[in-house]
Design a protein around this ligand. Structure first.
Ligand code: PLP
Length: 402
């Protein structure tokens, strides 16, 4: 067994992997995406080794390799967790079996009677987890427009413990002012939690704006190939590490070694994928904006978007998520049934372009009043733009919208 606190144990394990965080922190994010997960092992293999073993033999009665059992630590998963911590500029990351299990883990910090402020345009699964499950354990949630500080301030209560938000949100693509909300969370001593799924650390690094915890659905851009379900939780400083070790080791909703290895492989191309997806998204936004059967187009990278300037200030890219409203529900059905390069499917962030009907799919679990307030109606479609040829994507939308 390893001696010392759990944090010391983590440092010991990192030592075994030979990760030099200080040195890697000087490199560009593009380089860290490709190389950021430690040194090669004795074989010199360029790809991180896949360690499938669920248990690890101890070299002597009280000796340890640093590993004992894969729920507590696995070398391949740890390499991935270190890569994510490095990319976000955090102290430590955990890789989960899904984004939802990462979000469920962060809720373990709160107890019955605690109140959490949440952005109103929220991933539907997160809304369901909060509203249908954790309210049963006495947690309270209020869903507020995080683009309006006065509204957020007004919803803060004596028992408020945290602010949980996504930015940009989807499908309505609202952008929260991360620096302004940092001041708010500091003034009220709240835990500041940001779901960074839509932009990834390549385009947005919430720790630089004071976030305490960054969450990801790794299923989306970080994976990028629509073939792994994964989640991440990253902390900025050491104070939460010990508790998180206890929670994750006890609950075990962690990512398995093979998916961890696939995710490491995916990270290497994140930058080139995102650049191409964004280029395509900009061209598709221009096409949709001039189409006679399209009513409203929401893309954060559109200079007409109300938060375009704010995005320029706090992000280094706009991502590749677009929502748009067509002129009738019949048109919406026709578009969904006519696309052929683009697939009608849930999820986002992959190299394959996907179209979604939020009202019925991603936001089906949301209270109808809230959906109505947000404008998630029966004419709204969401597009996750992939890396296909732009002419093919536009031709596909052209024929579907005709
Ligand atoms: C998909 C998604 C989640 C949930 O992640 P899973 O990997 O599907 O469990 C959470 N937040 C956002 C913003 C998402 O898009």
């Amino acid at each position: 067994m390893i001696e010392g606190t759990l944090e010391e144990q983590a440092e010991f394990i990192e030592g075994l992997l030979g990760i030099d965080k200080e040195r890697h922190a000087d490199r560009s994010i593009e380089t860290n995406l490709v190389h950021g997960y430690g040194e090669r092992d004795a074989s010199g293999g360029v790809s991180t080794p896949l360690q499938l073993s669920s248990t690890f033999a101890h070299p002597s009665f009280d000796g340890s390799t640093g590993y004992m059992y894969s729920r507590c630590g696995n070398p391949t998963r740890l390499a991935l967790e270190d890569a994510i911590a490095l990319l976000e500029g955090g102290k430590k990351a955990w890789a989960f079996a899904s984004g939802m299990s990462a979000i469920a883990t962060v809720l373990k910090f709160f107890k019955a009677g605690d109140h959490v402020l949440v952005c109103d345009d929220l991933y539907g699964g997160t809304y369901r987890l909060f509203s249908d499950i954790y309210t049963q354990y006495g947690l309270e949630f209020d869903y507020v427009d995080c683009t309006d500080l006065a509204v957020v301030e007004g919803a803060c209560k004596p028992n408020t413990r945290a602010l949980f938000l996504e930015t940009p949100t989807n499908p309505t693509m609202k952008v929260a002012d991360l620096a302004e909300l940092k001041e708010f969370t500091r003034a009220h001593d709240l835990m500041y939690i940001v779901d960074n799924t839509l932009l990834t650390p390549r385009f947005q690094r919430p720790f630089e704006f004071g976030a305490d915890i960054v969450i990801h659905s790794g299923t989306k851009y970080l994976c990028g190939h629509n073939d792994i379900t994964a989640g991440f939780l990253v902390v900025r400083d050491s104070s939460l590490i010990q508790d998180l070790f206890t929670i994750t080791m006890s609950e075990g909703a962690l990512l398995d070694p093979f998916d961890s290895w696939l995710m490491l492989r995916s990270l290497k191309t994140l930058d080139v994928r995102l650049q191409r997806q964004q280029e395509n998204a900009i061209a598709i936004t221009e096409f949709l904006k001039q189409h006679e059967n399209v009513r409203d187009v929401y893309y954060v990278g559109d200079p007409d978007h109300p938060s375009y300037e704010l995005s320029l200030k706090q992000t280094s890219g706009f991502g590749a998520m677009i929502s748009f409203r067509v002129d009738s529900h019949e048109r919406l059905k026709k578009v969904i049934e006519s696309v052929s390069v683009i697939s009608y499917a849930e999820s986002l962030g992959g190299v394959e372009s996907l179209i979604t009907y939020p009202l019925m799919q991603t936001h089906g679990a949301m209270a109808p009043e809230l959906r109505e307030k947000l404008g998630i109606d029966d004419c709204l479609l969401r597009l996750s733009v992939g890396i296909e040829g732009i002419d093919d994507l536009i031709a596909d939308l052209q024929q579907a919208l005709a």
